[in-house]
Design a protein around this ligand. Structure first.
Ligand SMILES: [Zn+2]
Length: 432
């Protein structure tokens, strides 16, 4: 079957289930966030989608619909439980983020459908050099017979996290259209700037008013993510002495050379490109200044344990100390800042049911949820730290932040089915 441009073939679009139609609409709105911006949201265009979602939530009949000045969208789905029961049932929040990654082009996404996938390599129509290739992306082979959704190859797809957005919006439509589905006190929230690590910086938790939450921002299907890195960043600045190279002997102290030495002392076996699973790393990420007078590097530190992260901070400090002694004429500055923490311990302290119920809900629909770790951060890690336990559940997508990102119609439906079961489970067991 040839690829179908869903912006062009409206008959094909209308044959898709509601959740996929929503997805196709939302991915066409450019919401790329920008790490160099100081504002919230980092890009004003994120509000284009936020505004639309608020409008649609209102049209669907949700209560308390509002978008705040930062572009966060809130809504309430009233509980179906008797008032006294609802009052004793935790308020559940479901979240997804509207922004897309700055790592690949995000404007003018052309959602493209590849019906009944047969397991072969696919060249994307807008750029035949961009392929979906089972050799590189083996998860494709688990999706034979699915209807694949991709971009045309010139942009990312934006399944991260417009899949989560579409699933939540479709869920709201279902819950409000069919009040026989048990529903706890439920808050819906769309966030901004997740991709640049600021997703909940300006989120008003009192306004959200939830006791437990889930983000729908996990890749693949049948997966729960409740464990993330502890994260810190270190900035090392070296100040040297610049003189004319012609008269430099014994005088010049070259900050570039000393900084290069520092980077070479970071262990190669503890890098993102040499580790996986539960191994942490030190990652020289960005060179800031870079001349003989001043050179600076941002190093990212990650580890699943608090002790491991401390060991990495100590290692950077030791390297700086070593170079300080070796180059007494240079000046060194080291700044270390914590970014986020592993969410698992916070969830266990606040409400371990956030994880237990996620598994139990899956069982009610014959699904076995596996747990995976996130080698990165997520809004949920910060929320869990702030006292709102927030595991991350799957939204069906694969190969995030790239032009060969994909999801499937069937995965979107499966994620919707699971999320519905999760809502129902909290309604029925929230008082347990
Ligand atoms: Zn995401």
């Amino acid at each position: 079957m040839p690829a179908i441009d869903l912006t062009d073939d409206l008959d094909a679009l209308q044959r898709l289930p509601g959740v996929a139609q929503r997805f196709v609409r939302y991915v066409q709105i450019d919401t790329q966030s920008d790490p160099t911006s100081e504002t919230t949201p980092s890009t004003e265009k994120q509000k284009d989608l936020s505004r639309l979602l608020a409008q649609e939530l209102g049209d669907l009949g949700a209560d308390d619909v509002a978008m705040d000045e930062y572009g966060y969208v809130f809504a309430t789905i009233p509980s179906t439980l008797p008032e006294d029961v609802a009052a004793q049932t935790p308020t559940l929040a479901l979240l997804a983020h509207v922004d897309t990654s700055p790592d690949a082009p995000g404007a003018n996404v052309i959602p493209t459908l590849h019906p009944d996938y047969d397991g072969s390599m696919i060249r994307l129509p807008g750029n035949p050099e961009v392929t979906l290739d089972p050799e590189r992306q083996p998860a494709l082979l688990d999706h034979c017979g699915h209807d694949l959704l991709t971009s045309d190859g010139t942009t990312l797809l934006g399944s991260d996290d417009k899949a989560g957005v579409a699933i939540l919006m479709q869920l709201v439509e279902h819950l409000l259209a069919d009040r026989s589905i048990p529903c706890p006190p439920l808050r819906i929230c769309f966030t901004v700037d997740e991709e640049i690590g600021r997703g909940v910086d300006k989120l008003d938790l009192d306004r959200l008013g939830a006791d437990v939450a889930y983000t729908l921002d996990g890749s693949s299907t049948d997966l729960l993510y409740a464990e993330t890195f502890n994260a810190a960043k270190a900035t090392v600045t070296v100040r040297g002495t610049m003189v004319h190279p012609g008269y430099a002997k014994g005088v010049m102290v070259n900050a570039v050379r000393i900084l290069a030495e520092l980077i070479s002392l970071l262990p190669e076996a503890e890098a993102p490109e040499t580790t996986d699973g539960y191994d942490g790393y030190l990652h020289p990420h960005t060179l800031h200044a870079g001349d003989p007078e001043e050179a600076a590097v941002l190093i990212i530190l990650r580890d699943f344990t608090g002790d491991g992260l401390q060991r990495r901070k100590d290692l950077v400090a030791d390297i700086v100390q070593f170079l300080r002694r070796k180059h007494p004429k240079a000046e060194f500055a080291l700044e270390v800042e914590d970014q986020y923490k592993n969410m698992r311990s916070y969830i266990a302290e606040t409400d371990p049911r956030a994880v237990a119920f996620a598994h139990a809900a899956a069982e009610t629909i014959g699904m076995t949820l596996e747990e995976d770790i996130i080698r990165g951060g997520t809004d949920g890690s910060r929320l869990s730290e702030l006292g709102l336990p927030t595991p991350n559940v799957f939204n069906g997508g694969h190969d995030y932040h790239s032009r060969f990102e994909w999801n499937t119609v069937q995965n979107l439906e499966r994620s919707l089915r699971y999320t519905t079961a999760l809502v129902q489970y909290w309604a029925e067991h929230g008082r347990d």
